[in-house]
Design a protein around this ligand. Sequence first.
Ligand code: ADP
Length: 288
Amino acid sequence: MAALTRLLRSAATSGSTARISLSTLASEPKTGFPAGLAARLAPALTRKERDERNVQWVFLGCPGVGKGTYASRLSQLLGVPHIATGDLVREELASTGPLSQKLVDIVNQGKLVSDEIIVELLTKRLSKGEEKGESGFILDGFPRTVRQAEILEGVMDIDLVVNLKLREDVLVEKCLGRRICSECGKNFNLARINVEGQNGQPGMYMPPLLPPSGCMTKLITRADDTEEVVKERLRIYNDMSLPVEEFYRRQGRLLEFDLPGGIPESWPKLLQVLSLEEHHDDKQLAAA
Ligand code: ADP
């Protein structure tokens, strides 16, 4: 990340090679983009070796799958920032900045924000983190298009991509059950998922993630968590983001994880597949 932000800072002041940044790449014309991009970028980058930095992971998965929940728990465990581009977009929406007006319709219709804007927001976030001395990250909600994946690939090494998976009917129910506390910002879920096993597939139970009494009266629902918009987001995921899974699968960096149930069941299994099971009994995280 240091390399990226150094590159971004120098982009403002120096010559042609250093001008390559996440933002400038996103602005490149799509035609012919981005054959040989990584090779073209390589000379401009000083990528940190794996042992010089913390993990750089990506979480993929459909809306409602729980990327935020598991990415945020892992980020606490590993001491890296959890960077969710959806949160960056919502922060922008809540501001009075010029971008806010541009984004509101796109997001509320469940469409994707342009690669240019999302890369700009992510670049700002990474630069701020770098200034604070952050090392490593868990990205959640980025990349969502192959173009974004290629841009990311051009500037930094991604060690692992975790692909969380759940049945589509459960995803819709989970999105509709999502609530946020308007005061503390924490996420909860009122949905109680209890599906029968079918076609040889096991059933699944996911208890609701209820807020403490202090938050109960302050719960709000995201404007894009209506049934119509959730279905549109799922359609767009299948269209634009399934190819991203394939992008990482081909590189052998995709870890597929079928969620077996709610947090109590899934968290220890996720730790196990990530070889982090020694943290299984972490009391603070277990309670989160
Ligand atoms: P979800 O619950 O669908 O995973 P997020 O909270 O990740 O939702 O994102 C909310 C919205 O923010 C998306 O529907 C989209 O409009 C925008 N967004 C977030 N990340 C990206 C991205 N990488 N590319 C384009 N748009 C994005």
